[in-house]
Design a protein around this ligand. Sequence first.
Ligand code: ADP
Ligand code: MG
Length: 357
Amino acid sequence: MGSVVIKDVYKAYGQVEVIKGISLDINDGEFITLVGPSGCGKSTLLRMISGLEDISYGEIVINNRVVNNIQPKDRDIAMVFQSYALYPHMTVAENMGFAMQLKKIDKAQIKAAVQEAADILGLTPLLQRYPKQLSGGQRQRVAMGRAIVRKPQVFLFDEPLSNLDAKLRVQMRGEIKQLHRRLGITTVYVTHDQIEAMTLADRIVVMNKGVVEQVGTPRELFDYPCNRFVGNFIGSPAMNFIEGELIKENENAFFITGNGSKLPLKDGANLSAYPKVLYGIRPEHLRLSKDDGVKAEVTITEDTGSEIVVLAECCGEKITLLLRERVELSPGDIISVEPVPGASHFFDAQTKERIFN
Ligand code: ADP
Ligand code: MG
């Protein structure tokens, strides 16, 4: 069974601490993504799970066995990197079977395992080719094939799609997800791309500066980000934030911005007044309003055909709206904007932590 338990793990390079006390329970068969900005410690954590990096403090348990002092090759894991790291002088079949060959496994058995993985990944016609005769996507598939052949308890992926172009990335993302469905192998997948993290994961771990900010399903993180960092990181275009105050007048709630504009919150009856809030609203949860709402001045519009991204100045702040209806807007136009009921987020202006659910 491929469960992974990370218990209060730290990592320091000399004096510099880069992982600052991470604990995480990964269930057997689960697909977990580690996401966060570059340099936050994702690869370091993954490499500690794999055994390529020592653990400074804490414990990592794979399959109920503490692996701190166990060699990578004995951990029952297989890792796929961004650089495919294929041997150029070996064919696809040889690359895929190499780990088994090192273990002196019987030739017929290797052949069968390679064939099975090749079938799963659609690599059968390419088995006799060399890496230089393959496209980027095919090479990445071979790297995955090599991991599958080892029949690991846990797959570890470190940004495996970053070298591919955008279309191929989307295609390979789908293939990785299908592969997980089919094989059911516990997977820990590192990416800096929040869309990739959201689309693949059962649960996402949002990391920042060596700590975990929040763990949850894609929906949980999107609907209930626990703080400003997660609110900003998850979702594209990013959430809008405006500082101000939450007041109540006769059971109606209003958000008063720093420059005094008053934004009615139609569903705000259950909110309590709060003196200093950071108001968060996603671009797709802002809409044009006929009557009330607040005024904003359009600065730029970006029309993608399926939607229009509108950048505007509102209450002295820059905001973004994502509109699905086809409106004609030009820079300088004054629009009236209101939040979709139920879609507002409130964070404490000081601590940046979420205050209402
Ligand atoms: P991520 O994968 O999230 O981009 P990394 O885990 O690669 O981040 O790195 C986390 C931090 O640790 C970074 O600040 C990086 O500079 C530092 N770091 C990584 N490897 C080493 C190393 N071998 N020696 C010193 N610092 C390192
Ligand atoms: Mg990395």
